[in-house]
Design a protein around this ligand. Structure first.
Ligand code: HEC
Ligand code: HEC
Length: 353
């Protein structure tokens, strides 16, 4: 590199990394991101509110946003556990004083809500801003994010009903977050030892090198007669996520009641495999299992309901819909016609693996 070019390059860097047509580091490979591109990604809001855009929104406005864009998944009062753990509930006026949610240390308290756990209001704002509504993230304007955040905070009595949340008063709201003092770094998971942590994470165990126990010993059992003491746990838990219950109406280890489909002849299944691969490619498997419900119905269930109706299915796959299976909507999908047809034909023929 000539001295002259070097000087030019240095000057360009000093000028503040102005986007050039090419990557300054690797010649002929890509180009630097433009400031606008960086700005589109760089949206995080930190606990000290660095990154928070200016704006404001009232609880009342937030209620409108909530009812139009959030309630069908999270419930009118943020209490629904149909799609995800409830957002609101389990916090008290005392928690707002202490900054520690007492119910979190109760083993008999059923479930954990977002507002029980989240220590920082910035996280709530940031999460809603970047990720919600689930089906069209980043579609809310800053004022709508302020408003809907204010609404959630008001449901938990962290702010009054006539409150307007803004960049100017959000730091005061932080002082009322119910679990603001409820987090610890003593587990040393993060910050870890690089921040001078005092202990090791939960791996600080001594490896057993001789006479090690190989089988766990079960020291007590729930007696059979008590198994169903609280009714069928499977029916009391939501269908998705981690909090599932076992079917307590049957003895432990009994096979689930689902009727076993007659074994399909072991024919060539490459067409099925190809269709299933398209499900992954088009992001369908985030919401549908091939043979189990996730957020939307399992493809096996859809196949039963709409056997032979490939045309209907193509339309539904592209346009989405709501109400056939329940209150959770399926958003319209960006998918090319060929993929949609292959998937629809596969479902119409039974959605086999
Ligand atoms: C189509 C259904 C759907 C809609 C509509 C929706 N959400 Fe969600 N929401 C979810 C799901 C699913 C999750 C969990 C996502 C995950 O963890 O990957 C979630 C998570 C959240 C969380 C974080 C919960 C936690 O503890 O981590 C907040 C806060 C939230 N949503 C707020 C909102 C707000 C505000 C709106 C409206 C602007 C909204 N959501 C609209 C489905 C939805
Ligand atoms: C964000 C979650 C989500 C994604 C992603 C998604 N679906 Fe769905 N899907 C649903 C829900 C929820 C329903 C139930 C809607 C209803 O009750 O009408 C559904 C219903 C369906 C149905 C049945 C329609 C009917 O009328 O019975 C088909 C077929 C389907 N989805 C196919 C697909 C395919 C193929 C993809 C990928 C291209 C996909 N879905 C992606 C959530 C999703």
């Amino acid at each position: 590199m000539s001295k002259f070019r070097k000087i030019l390059l240095v000057t360009a860097l000093l000028a503040g990394g102005v986007a050039s047509a090419q990557s300054s580091k690797y010649v002929n490979v890509g180009r630097d991101a433009t400031p606008r591109e960086v700005a589109a990604w760089d949206i995080d809001v930190r606990p000290d509110f660095k990154g928070l855009p200016k704006g404001s929104g009232s609880v009342a406005k937030g209620q409108d946003v909530w009812e139009a864009k959030c309630a069908h998944c999270h419930g009118i009062f943020g209490e629904s556990n149909e799609v995800f753990s409830p957002l609101v509930g389990g916090t008290t006026a005392e928690d707002i004083k202490t900054g520690k949610v007492a119910n979190l240390s109760r083993t008999d308290y059923p479930g954990r809500t977002t507002l029980m756990k989240v220590p920082t209001v910035s996280t709530l704002w940031d999460y809603i801003n970047r990720a919600m509504p689930w089906t069209s993230p980043k579609s809310l304007k800053p004022d709508e994010v302020y408003a809907v955040t204010a609404y959630l905070l008001s449901l938990a009595n962290i702010v009054p009903e006539n409150f307007t949340l803004s960049d100017a008063n959000i730091a005061d709201v932080q002082k009322r977050m119910p679990n603001r003092n409820g987090t610890t770094t003593k587990h040393a998971m993060w910050p870890g030892n690089e921040f001078g942590g005092v202990s090791k994470p939960d791996t600080s165990n001594t490896a057993c090198m001789s006479n090690c126990v190989t089988e766990p010993k079960v020291s007590s059992f729930l007696p059979d007669f008590a198994r169903n003491a609280h009714g069928n746990l499977a029916e009391q838990n939501r269908m998705v996520g981690q909090q599932r219950g076992v079917d307590t109406t049957k003895p432990e280890g009994a096979a689930p009641a689902a009727p076993v489909a007659p074994a399909a002849p072991k024919a060539d299944n490459s067409a099925n495999k190809a269709a299933i691969a398209l499900l992954g490619k088009n992001g369908c498997t985030a919401c549908h299992g091939v043979d189990k419900k996730i957020v939307g119905p399992g493809f096996n269930e859809i196949a039963k309901k709409h056997a032979g109706k490939a045309d209907y299915l193509v339309g539904k796959i592209k346009a989405g819909g709501v109400g056939v299976w329940g209150p959770i909507p399926m958003p319209a999908q960006t998918i090319n016609d060929d993929d949609a047809k292959v998937i629809a034909a596969w479902i119409a023929q039974g959605a086999a693996k």
